[in-house]
Design a protein around this ligand. Structure first.
Ligand SMILES: [Cu+2]
Length: 495
């Protein structure tokens, strides 16, 4: 593609010059060839781009398999080290009777749940048992740059590293995944992803459903393409504009269903896809409430009929099953109507809980709203021509600096291209930030909470107030993983 682009660029400039010069120009034959390549390239690009806008739809879940719930990672007995996390390669029976080659943490596919308490010091031994380099990135955790697991922290095959950090942020649903330069998309696609829950006094006092796997359900949504041998063939499925698939896995479960008691159930939604956006709805059109964003509780529950999550975003929602019967046909569906997760309502009554009215004290201060913009970020491009501020990632270049503990306002603009452009989910490492405005307007109610990833539409301009509590070098990037791998990433040094 790169070579084609160069030829195409030459052809375009020649066409613009309009044959003024006979020197240093291509022959008519060469030019025909170049413009043909150009039109092929354009149609390739259009196709890739169109594919992204009109993505292949997901097959509806038949509901034949009960949803798998990730195990909770036990603490080690070993003195000093709290947890051990191993990146591994293995085989998983996703389809009955067939083993697929997959990656996982402490297992063959996906990872266990890590549960931290606010205020505790966590020590994790990370071990790379893959036959390629990887990193352990803690998405949404406010930690120092040297334990964040960005591309500079690659562990070679067989290597291990013990990291330590104090959990200083509030209750939230975070996750972890690899971040090696140029290989993130493939490793996540193969199965490297796990959840992190943070609990604090507030989360324990709110009386929200918190019986893990019963009425507090993690849901990692990922779309995949399986080949005829039921293998995840990333190279074959890969799309430079974001790899999507027709097969939905939730927590690695094919055709999942969730059996619930008659009670309020908390669903912790994570869009763990490489590129697909999800708009979650109930098939009945009924509403639900959102209680948390990426990095903590909303102040009050927000009643919604749908919630959209772009890759890496999370939302916690509560669905009320207490008044439903076993014959009710309820399911979580996607915007296009495909069934993501059918619910089976058991005749058991569960815990009766009330969603609290007041859950947090998040606010946008007057100072924050009046701060001038001090960093401008322009997202641009598609396929492998994606850039931030006109540049591709360079591990040796620091793009911005910011002082530890100082709030700045960043303005992020998604510059459209000649075909309109596309949504880029923008993520910043090592911090939780506040959305100040979207195109000058107040953010929607369900975005008035801590965020580490935001969806930005073409031609949209988003202002955020952002502070880093720790020092180090952090990545900011598009969370369409192929865009990230293609260089839509920059670095900020916090001093
Ligand atoms: Cu992008």
């Amino acid at each position: 593609m790169e070579i084609k682009i160069k030829i195409a660029a030459a052809a375009i400039s020649l066409l613009v010059i309009g044959g003024c010069s006979n020197n240093n120009s291509l022959s008519v034959e060469e030019m025909d060839h170049a413009s043909m390549d150009h039109s092929n390239m354009m149609s390739d690009m259009m196709e890739g781009h169109m594919n992204h806008d009109q993505v292949v739809s997901l097959n509806s879940s038949t509901g034949e398999n009960e949803l798998k719930i990730p195990s909770i990672l036990e603490r080690d007995d070993e003195e000093g080290v709290v947890y051990t996390v191993r990146a591994q390669k293995g085989k998983t029976e996703i389809f009955d009777g067939t083993e697929s080659v997959t990656y996982g943490y402490n297992g063959s596919f996906l990872g266990p749940l890590l549960r931290f308490e606010k205020g505790e010091t966590v020590k994790i031994r990370t071990i790379n048992e893959l036959d390629e380099k990887t990193t352990f990135h803690w998405h949404g955790l406010e930690v120092a740059g040297d334990v964040d697991g960005g591309p500079h922290d690659a562990l070679q095959p067989g290597e291990e590293k013990v990291i330590e950090f104090e959990v200083t942020q509030e209750a939230s649903t975070l996750w972890f995944h690899p971040h090696p330069e140029g290989k993130t998309a493939e490793q996540v696609y193969n199965g490297l992803a796990g959840l992190v829950y943070i609990n604090d006094d507030n989360s324990k006092s709110l009386g929200l459903p918190d019986d893990y796997g019963k009425n507090d359900i993690p849901l990692i949504f990922q779309d995949r393409t399986f080949d005829e041998e039921k293998q995840l063939n990333y190279r074959a499925a890969m799309n430079d504009d974001g790899t999507i698939g027709d097969t939905l896995l939730i927590n690695g479960t094919l055709n999942p269903k969730l059996t619930v008691s008659k009670e309020k159930v908390r669903l912790r939604l994570l869009n763990g896809s490489n590129a697909r956006n999800f708009t979650f709805k109930l098939n009945t059109g009924d509403s639900f409430v959102q209680i948390a964003t990426d990095g903590g509780f909303l102040n009050e529950p927000v009643t919604l009929k749908e919630v959209t999550l772009t890759p890496s975003e999370r939302a916690e929602i509560i669905v009320d099953f207490s008044q439903l019967n076993t014959d009710n046909d309820l399911a979580l569906i996607n915007e296009d109507g495909s069934v993501l997760l059918p619910f089976e309502i058991s005749d058991q009554s569960g815990v009766s809980s009330r969603t609290p009215g007041n859950m947090n004290d998040f606010s946008l201060t007057k100072e924050e709203l009046e701060l001038p913009v001090t960093k401008e970020i322009e997202l641009f491009g598609m396929m492998n021509m994606v850039t931030i501020n006109g540049k591709k990632f360079n591990p040796d270049r620091i793009d911005f600096t910011q002082q530890q503990g100082v709030t700045e306002v960043w303005e992020i603009y998604n510059k459209p291209d000649m075909m309109g452009g596309m949504i880029h989910p923008f993520h910043i490492h090592g911090t939780q930030f506040k959305i100040l405005s979207r195109d000058g307007e107040e953010p929607p109610e369900n975005e008035r909470g801590w965020k580490d990833s935001i969806s930005i539409k073409p031609d949209e301009r988003v202002k955020i107030a952002i502070q880093f509590k720790h020092k180090g070098v952090y990545m900011f990037h598009c969370h369409i993983l192929e865009h990230e791998d293609n260089g839509m990433m920059g670095q900020i040094k916090v001093e």
